[in-house]
Design a protein around this ligand. Structure first.
Ligand code: ASP
Length: 326
C-alpha cells in the first residue's frame, strides 16, 4: 500500500468557530480521522507544519514546506498538504519552483467549509487528494472539487462556492469523479533526480495600474524591491506619462516584468506601440500566459538564484511545471 505524508498548514479545512470568526485549530490526525475510508487505499503519516489562516502564509513558510518534503522525500510515495484556499495558488506555484523534477505527487488541497461542518467539501477534497497522491507522478498540483490543476496554473476564482479554483490558460491535468481518476495531461518523465531549491527573494513587488495613478508610485515601489511586476492592461503596455519613471527603474538595475490584469490569454507586448517600444528599448520581460501567482513566485525564485540579467531572463522564460507555453 502506498505511503503518504499529510502535511497540515491550517486553513478553513482545519478551522473551528471561535468568538471572533473561524480559526484553524484541528490537528492533521484529527483531519485524517474524518476520512476513515482512506485506510482502504493508503497508509498516512501526519505532520503539522504550521496552523495558519493562509492569509498569514509568507515565503518563509514555503521554504519550511519545501524543507519538510525534502527531508521526508525518500520515505514516502506522495505528499498531501492541507492549506487555506486564499493563498493556496501562491503556495502551489512557489512549491513548483522550489521542488522541480519531482517523480512523486505533491498535492495541495483545502476546502471552502470546515471539515466538521455537515455540508462540507473538505472530506471529498481530502479523500480525492490522498487518492490522487497514490496514483504516480503528477508534479506539484492542486486537487479541489474534482479538478486536478497544475501548481502553476491555479487561480482562486470564487470566494464562497465549492468550485473555487480554475486552471488558467491551461487544461486540468486530470479530474476525479467518485474516486475514479481521468488523466488528460500526462506528467512528463523527470529529467534527472528531483531538485530542491532553498532560496527565495522577498524583494518582489506588484504595481497594478489604474488610470490616473501618480507616477511617483513607480519610484516608491522601486525602493522596496529588486523585481517589479507591472500589472498593466490588455496585452500589455505603459502609459506615456510613466516612461521616465520606468526608464529610471531599469537604469537602477531593477528587473521589471510586464503582466496583464486580464486573466485569460495573457500578454503580447509586440502588438501595440505602447508595449512594442518597451521591448525595443529595454527588452522588457513579459508574463505571456503565466498566472500572476506563478509570476510572483517565479520571480522570487529567480532572484533568489541570481542577479545576473542574462540568468534572470533564461530562468524566467524557462518553462517549469507547465507554467509557460509561449
Ligand atoms: N481564510 C481561509 C484561508 O485561506 C480560507 C480558506 O481556507 O478557504 O486560510
Amino acid at each position: 500500500m502506498k505511503k503518504i505524508l499529510l502535511i497540515a498548514t491550517g486553513g478553513t479545512i482545519a478551522s473551528r468557530k471561535t468568538g471572533d470568526g473561524l480559526a484553524p485549530s484541528l490537528t492533521p490526525q484529527e483531519l485524517l480521522d474524518r476520512v476513515p475510508g482512506v485506510r482502504d487505499f493508503c497508509r498516512v503519516d501526519t505532520v503539522q507544519a504550521m496552523n495558519l489562516d493562509s492569509t498569514n502564509i509568507a515565503p518563509e513558510d514555503w521554504l519550511t514546506l519545501g524543507g519538510i518534503i525534502e527531508a521526508n522525500y525518500p520515505a514516502y510515495d506522495g505528499f498531501v498538504l492541507c492549506h487555506g484556499t486564499d493563498t493556496m495558488a501562491y503556495t502551489a506555484a512557489a512549491l513548483s519552483y522550489l521542488i522541480q523534477n519531482t517523480d512523486k505527487p505533491i498535492v495541495l488541497t483545502g476546502s471552502q467549509k470546515p471539515i466538521d461542518q455537515e455540508d462540507t467539501d473538505a472530506r471529498t477534497n481530502l479523500t480525492d487528494s490522498l487518492r490522487f497522491a497514490t496514483q504516480g507522478p503528477s508534479g506539484v498540483c492542486i486537487v479541489f472539487e474534482g479538478h486536478v490543476i497544475a501548481g502553476t496554473r491555479a487561480h482562486k476564482i470564487r470566494s464562497k462556492s465549492y468550485n473555487a479554483f480554475s486552471s488558467i490558460n491551461f487544461p486540468d491535468l486530470a479530474n476525479l469523479r467518485d474516486g475514479r481518476v481521468v488523466r488528460y495531461i500526462p506528467c512528463p518523465a523527470p529529467e534527472g533526480p528531483p531538485r530542491f531549491f532553498h532560496r527565495l527573494s522577498r524583494r518582489v513587488m506588484l504595481l497594478k495600474l489604474i488610470p490616473g495613478m501618480p507616477a511617483e508610485a513607480f519610484a516608491a515601489a522601486g525602493q522596496l524591491c529588486d523585481g517589479l511586476i507591472i500589472e498593466s492592461y490588455g496585452v500589455g503596455g505603459i502609459p506615456d506619462v510613466y516612461l521616465d519613471q520606468l526608464d529610471r527603474l531599469v537604469r537602477a538595475g531593477k528587473t521589471v516584468i510586464m503582466a496583464t490584469q486580464v486573466r485569460q490569454e495573457g500578454s503580447d507586448l509586440s502588438v501595440y506601440q505602447v508595449g512594442h517600444r518597451l521591448k525595443e528599448r529595454y527588452g522588457l520581460l513579459e508574463t505571456y500566459d503565466m498566472t500572476l501567482e506563478a509570476t510572483v513566485t517565479k520571480l522570487m525564485w529567480v532572484l533568489g538564484q541570481s542577479r545576473d540579467p542574462e540568468v534572470i531572463h533564461r530562468l524566467f522564460l524557462g518553462p517549469v511545471n507547465f507554467d509557460l507555453l509561449f
